[in-house]
Design a protein. Structure first.
Length: 119
C-alpha cells in the first residue's frame, strides 16, 4: 500500500447554469483525460456546491482551474489517499475497508475514496 497526499476542495459553483455546466464538463474532461490529477467529483442535488478531490502532487494547477472554471473555493483540506494493489488485500484489510464503507453508508460523516490500481 502506498499513501499519497491529496486535497479536497469544497467549491461554490457559478450561479449561472450554463457556466456551472461548462465548468463541470471541463472538470470531467480533466478527470477522464489526465491520469492522477482528479480522483473524485461530487455534486449535490438542488445545489451548485461541488466537492473535488485531487492528487496534491499532480503537477496540474487544480486550484487555478477550479477558480477559473467552477467558482469560489470555500474550503480546502489536505487528505491522505491510500493506493492499494491486489497484494494489499488480505482478509484483515478487507475488514478494515468494510468498516469504513459501513461508517460511510451509515451517515456517520466519513468520506472515503478507495482506489484499486492494476488489478
Amino acid at each position: 500500500m502506498e499513501s499519497v497526499k491529496g486535497i479536497k476542495y469544497r467549491v461554490k459553483g457559478h450561479e449561472d447554469t450554463n457556466e456551472f455546466a461548462s465548468g463541470i464538463l471541463a472538470l470531467t474532461n480533466v478527470k477522464s483525460s489526465r491520469s492522477n490529477v482528479v480522483l473524485d467529483i461530487k455534486t449535490y442535488e438542488n445545489s451548485n456546491d461541488v466537492d473535488v478531490t485531487v492528487y496534491a502532487d499532480s503537477g496540474y494547477d487544480m486550484k487555478g482551474f477550479i477558480k477559473a472554471w467552477l467558482g469560489e473555493i470555500e474550503r480546502e483540506e489536505e487528505i491522505e489517499i491510500a493506493l492499494l494493489d491486489s497484494n494489499d488485500i488480505t482478509s484483515e484489510t478487507y475488514d478494515i475497508i468494510q468498516e469504513f464503507v459501513d461508517d460511510y453508508y451509515n451517515h456517520k460523516g466519513n468520506d472515503i475514496v478507495i482506489v484499486f490500481e492494476e488489478f
